[in-house]
Design a protein around this ligand. Structure first.
Ligand SMILES: Cc1ncc(COP(=O)(O)O)c(C=O)c1O
Length: 379
């Protein structure tokens, strides 16, 4: 079985170690275990529980308590609608493994996290891409989607908010997409890895799991909870789908680890504190990035509304891969080239901005220096 190389992950694996200013990071400034315990206000008690935890497989699907905590973040979900996975990456993989059979049609937004189209393709689906364009603020064109669906459409895959663009589909757009999915009886699959980081507190965006009876979502503790090292993600969806996903997961996972389960419960119980820490970082850094973009006339950006990434468009005659390699070799500033998200994005850069403002500022300063170099070379 052929599967396309995972562009963004391969770029990260090849270049991330050794980065001096890492502008490719997509997690909100990761926490230490100590920070998490301090923030919970129950450090000693939790440490005691960790020390006394018997390191068996534990509950295969994730503890009831953890699945209840996760279900509480969604409108009508109970623990039977939740299965725990090794991160959002495994959640996406198992979901596609469960949904897609050879000959199915799958529609995916594009650009997005590559799992959403390369995995269905590997499982034998014919994949149609719904292109998100800079000129449309990276919002989907509903008429185009209407033309793409057919009676064979098994699933429509979206990513809200979107990696790499940071664009956010609001409720009316989501309802339109759900209506189109419903018109052909398709699943609506939404990767919601960044959904809890909506920059404007007045904007409320529902989960697809709460909007459509064939809605399935993935999420994890990596991005919005700053706990990627726990490798803890989940799927939320209709009970029958969750049972089928769990049947497949038996072959890959068994269980996700009892220490991770325990710390995940601590994190989700304290989510309001974590989100308020993280939203402050995200807003401050997004504003700094916006200011920098305005100071660079040959860089453009659709203002990100959610999450931790922005997709910068540039007007220099150099491919994004060459741009990023030269920049990295110059002084270790690390950015993901747009080409990792598809060949047509060769004049884009994905910047992750949600970490210490000083690192972001020094990285952007280095990028500006590099742009002056390109200008001197008349590139
Ligand atoms: C949209 C999206 N989904 C899923 C993942 C997988 O992350 P994790 O497995 O850490 O949850 C990522 C990581 O970059 C992502 O950007």
């Amino acid at each position: 079985m052929y599967i396309a190389p995972f562009g963004v992950e391969q770029w990260m694996n090849e270049w991330e170690t050794g980065a001096v200013a890492n502008l490719a990071e997509t997690c909100v400034d990761s926490m230490t275990a100590a920070e998490l315990l301090e923030l919970s206000g129950r450090r000693e008690e939790i440490l005691e529980r960790m020390m006394n935890l018997r390191l068996s497989y534990g509950d295969i699907l994730g503890s009831d308590e953890l699945r209840d905590e996760i279900a509480s973040m969604y409108g009508g979900a109970g623990r039977e609608n939740v299965v725990i996975m090794n991160g959002g990456a495994a959640a996406n993989f198992i979901a596609m493994f469960t949904l897609v059979s050879p000959g199915d049609e799958v529609i995916s937004v594009y650009p997005t996290y590559q799992q959403l189209y390369s995995i269905p393709e590997a499982f034998g689906a014919s994949v149609k891409l719904l292109r998100l364009r800079y000129e449309d603020d990276f919002q989907p064109d509903i008429e185009s989607l209407e033309k793409l669906v057919t009676g064979k459409t098994k699933a429509i895959c979206i990513n809200n908010s979107n990696n790499p663009t940071g664009s956010l589909m609001k409720e009316p757009v989501l309802r339109e997409i759900a209506r189109i999915a419903d018109s052909v009886g398709a699943w609506l699959y939404c990767d919601e890895a960044y959904r809890f980081m909506v920059h404007d507190p007045a904007v409320k965006v529902p989960s697809v799991a709460d909007m459509y009876d064939k809605g399935i979502v993935s999420c994890s503790l990596s991005k919005c909870f700053s706990l990627a090292g726990l490798r803890l993600g989940w799927l939320v969806g209709p009970g029958q789908f969750i049972r089928e996903a769990a049947d497949r997961r038996d072959y890959t996972t068994i269980s996700c680890g009892r220490l991770d389960d325990l710390l995940a419960r601590v994190a989700i119980k304290n989510r309001e504190k974590i989100f308020s820490r993280n939203l402050e970082i995200v807003r401050k850094c997004a504003a700094a990035l916006e200011k920098w973009v305005k100071s660079e006339p040959r860089i453009g950006c659709v203002k990100p509304e959610c999450g931790t990434t922005a997709f910068l468009r540039y007007d220099y005659g150099i491919s994004s891969v060459d741009f990023c390699k030269r920049l990295f070799k110059k002084d270790g500033t690390f950015i993901v080239p747009g080409e990792c998200f598809g060949p047509e994005f060769d004049r884009y850069l994905r910047v992750g901005y949600a970490y210490e403002p000083d690192v972001l500022a020094s990285g952007l300063k280095k990028v500006s220096e590099f742009l002056r170099e390109l200008e001197a070379e008349k590139v």
